[in-house]
Ligand binder design. Structure first.
Ligand code: SPV
Ligand code: MG
Length: 543
C-alpha cells in the first residue's frame, strides 16, 4: 500500500491534472474521500470557520493539528494542510512538520506572508510579504525536519495577492523551489485567470504547480490542463455548502417549530452512523469483545433420534434435519460461534457419524438408545468447565437469546419464554415456576426459578413460562451441576431422567438459578409441524 505521503507526492509530480477539495473536520474529510477525491486540502479558512473564529491565526496551531489528526484518522487519501505561514519562524516550522508527520498528515503548504497572517481575500493588496531569504530558511528547515522522504512542502507565492507583478512572483517561486519546496502554489484574487496563465507560461513547469481557482472559478478546467497545472485545490466548497444547508435547516425548524419540512432533505441519523464507521465497530465487537467469551464452552445435546419424525430421521439424528437446507445443529453451532463461544462439544448418539466434526468436538453416548439426556450430559463431563452453556440440539433462537444468557454473571441461569405458558395444562414438562412472573416493570430485578415441571408433577398454580432448553453454568455452578448429577446417578431411573430433573435437583440442593425471560423468538423441533415453523423462523430470523 502506498503511503499517504507518496500519494501526495504523486499528485503533485504527475503531469496529469488532479484535484483536491477542502475539508475541515473528520466527517467532511470522509465525505471528500467518498466523493472520489484523491486528496484533501485542510483549509485554514475552513478550519478556522468551523471553529467559529477568523482566518487570522486565532485558532492555535495545536488546535489545527488536533483537528487535522481527526481528519487523517478517518481517511486514506493524503491531506495537505494549509499551514498559513508555518505559525512562526523556521523553528516553529520544524516542530510543525514533525508533529504533522506524527499525526499522519502528508504535507504542508506555507505562504510567504507574516504571522499572524490574514486571509488573502481580505485587503490582500495591503498585506506584507515575507522576506525571501527568511522564507527560504523556513522551507529548508521544514525539509530538513521530516523523516519520511515523501512528506511534501508546498511553497505558496502571494506576490499577486499583495499587488506585485509576474516578475516578483517568479523570482520568489524560483527561490522557494531552490530552497527545496516540492511544489509552488501560485495564488491570485482576480476573477479571470490572467495572472495564473502568465505565471504558468513563464514558469514552464520548473516544478509542480498548484492553483486555487476560488475567484477565477468560471475558467474552464481545460485551460489549466493546457497550462500544465498539476493540482487544483477547490479550497472552501464543503464548508460553504454546509453553511447554506445549516442556515436553511435552522431557519425552517425555528419558524415551523416542527421537523416535517426538513426531515426528508437532511441526512438520516443512520447516515451519520455510516460515516462514523459504526459497521466497523460492530464487526470489531464480534471479533474482540465477544471474543472475551473465548473461555465459554457450549455443550449441545444431540443424541436422540426424535420421535414422530420417523422418515426424516432414518439416516440422521433429529438435530441433523435440514431447515432451509442447513441442519439445525449447524445453525446452532454458527449461533454459538457468532456469540464468541468457540469451544463447542456435541454429544451425539443415534447416527452420530452423520454429525460433521469440523469446528466442534464430538462425544458419543453409545448408550443413547437406552438412556436419556442426563446420561448424555454425563458422557460429556470431561468437557465441563467453569463457564459453559448446555443447549438442546434442536433449538433455533435469535442471537440475543444466547447473548443475554452469556451476559448473566450468575452461577446458574436459564432462559424462560414467558409467552409460552401452561395452556397445555399441568403435567407438561419444562414449564417454569418462578419467583415472579414476567413483568416489564421488574426489569433488571433478579428472578429465580422455583421449579420446572416434569412429566409427573402436577401444578396448581399457573406457570410463568416455558424453559427453552438452555442452561448457563458459571464458576461454582459447575460444582452444583456435577453434585446434582452425581446424586441423580444413584437413582434407579437415572437413564430416564432429563435436564429438567437435574435443574430441580440443583434447586432442591438449595442453589439459586436465575431466570431470564424472553418473549418468543425461539423454536424447538419435535414434529413435522415444528419443522415448517422452524423453516419460517429460520427464513426470517435465523440468517
Ligand atoms: C484557505 O483555504 O484557507 C486558503 C486559500 O488559504 S484562500 O482562502 O484562497 O486564501
Ligand atoms: Mg488559508
Amino acid at each position: 500500500m502506498m503511503s499517504k505521503t507518496s500519494k501526495l507526492k504523486n499528485l503533485l509530480k504527475t503531469q496529469e491534472l488532479d484535484f483536491i477539495i477542502e475539508a475541515h473536520n473528520g466527517i467532511s474529510a470522509r465525505i471528500a474521500e467518498e466523493a472520489g477525491f484523491n486528496g484533501i486540502w485542510a483549509s485554514g479558512l475552513a478550519l478556522s470557520a468551523q471553529f467559529g473564529v477568523r482566518d487570522n491565526n486565532e485558532a492555535s496551531w495545536t488546535q489545527i493539528v488536533d483537528m487535522v489528526e481527526f481528519m487523517a484518522d478517518v481517511t486514506s487519501v493524503p491531506i495537505l494542510l494549509d499551514g498559513d505561514t508555518g505559525y512562526g519562524n523556521f523553528n516553529n516550522m520544524r516542530r510543525l512538520v514533525r508533529k504533522l508527520e506524527q499525526r499522519g498528515v502528508a504535507g504542508v503548504c506555507i505562504e510567504d506572508k507574516l504571522f499572524p497572517k490574514k486571509n488573502s481575500f481580505i485587503n490582500g493588496e495591503k498585506q506584507e510579504l515575507a522576506d525571501v531569504d527568511e522564507f527560504c530558511g523556513k522551507i529548508a528547515a521544514g525539509k530538513d525536519s521530516h523523516l519520511d522522504p515523501d512528506f511534501c512542502i508546498v511553497a505558496r507565492v502571494e506576490a499577486y495577492i499583495a499587488g506585485w507583478e509576474t516578475k516578483e512572483a517568479i523570482r520568489r517561486a524560483e527561490a522557494y523551489h531552490k530552497a527545496g519546496a516540492d511544489a509552488i502554489l501560485i495564488h491570485s484574487a482576480l476573477s479571470r485567470p490572467d495572472q495564473i496563465l502568465e505565471f504558468t507560461k513563464e514558469w514552464a513547469s520548473r516544478a509542480p504547480l498548484v492553483i486555487v481557482p476560488t475567484k477565477y472559478y468560471s475558467t474552464p478546467t481545460q485551460v489549466f490542463r493546457d497550462a500544465n497545472v498539476n493540482l487544483i485545490i477547490w479550497a472552501n466548497h464543503l464548508i460553504r455548502s454546509a453553511i447554506t444547508a445549516m442556515q436553511e435547516c435552522a431557519f425552517k425548524i425555528k419558524e415551523q417549530e416542527n421537523l416535517t419540512e426538513v426531515e426528508d432533505d437532511i441526512a438520516s441519523v443512520k447516515e451519520i452512523f455510516r460515516l462514523q464507521g459504526a459497521q466497523e465497530l460492530a464487526e470489531a465487537e464480534r471479533q474482540y469483545f465477544l471474543g472475551a467469551r473465548k473461555g465459554t464452552k457450549a455443550i449441545i445435546l444431540a443424541a436422540s433420534r426424535g420421535q414422530g419424525l420417523d422418515e426424516l430421521t432414518k439416516d440422521r439424528p433429529k438435530a441433523m434435519i435440514p431447515v432451509n437446507g442447513k441442519p439445525l445443529l449447524s445453525r446452532l453451532v454458527e449461533r454459538c460461534k457468532r456469540q464468541g463461544v468457540d469451544a463447542v462439544t456435541i454429544v451425539g448418539g443415534y447416527k452420530a457419524d452423520t454429525i460433521p466434526t469440523e469446528k466442534i468436538d464430538l462425544i458419543v453416548n453409545h448408550e443413547y438408545a437406552n438412556s436419556g439426556e442426563l446420561s448424555s450430559l454425563l458422557t460429556a463431563s470431561a468437557s465441563f468447565c467453569d463457564d459453559m452453556v448446555v443447549i438442546y440440539g434442536d433449538l433455533l433462537f435469535r442471537g440475543y437469546v444466547l447473548r443475554s444468557l452469556l451476559e448473566s454473571d450468575r452461577e446458574m441461569t436459564i432462559v424462560v419464554d414467558s409467552q409460552s405458558k401452561s395452556d397445555e395444562g399441568s403435567g407438561v414438562p419444562d414449564l417454569a415456576y418462578c419467583s415472579a412472573s414476567d413483568d416489564r416493570t421488574l426489569w433488571g430485578q433478579d428472578i429465580l426459578l422455583e421449579h420446572l415441571s416434569t412429566d409427573d408433577t402436577l401444578n396448581e398454580k399457573q406457570a410463568d413460562g416455558r424453559w427453552i432448553g438452555m442452561l448457563r453454568v458459571k464458576g461454582i455452578g459447575r460444582e452444583w451441576l456435577t453434585n446434582a448429577l452425581k446424586k441423580l446417578k444413584e437413582k434407579q431411573n437415572f437413564n430416564e431422567l432429563s435436564l429438567r430433573h437435574l435443574i430441580n435437583q440443583i434447586l432442591s440442593d438449595g442453589n439459586p438459578i436465575r431466570v431470564i425471560y424472553i418473549h418468543g423468538h425461539w423454536i424447538d423441533v419435535n414434529s413435522i409441524t415444528d419443522l415448517d415453523r422452524a423453516s419460517a423462523f429460520a427464513g426470517t430470523n435465523h440468517k
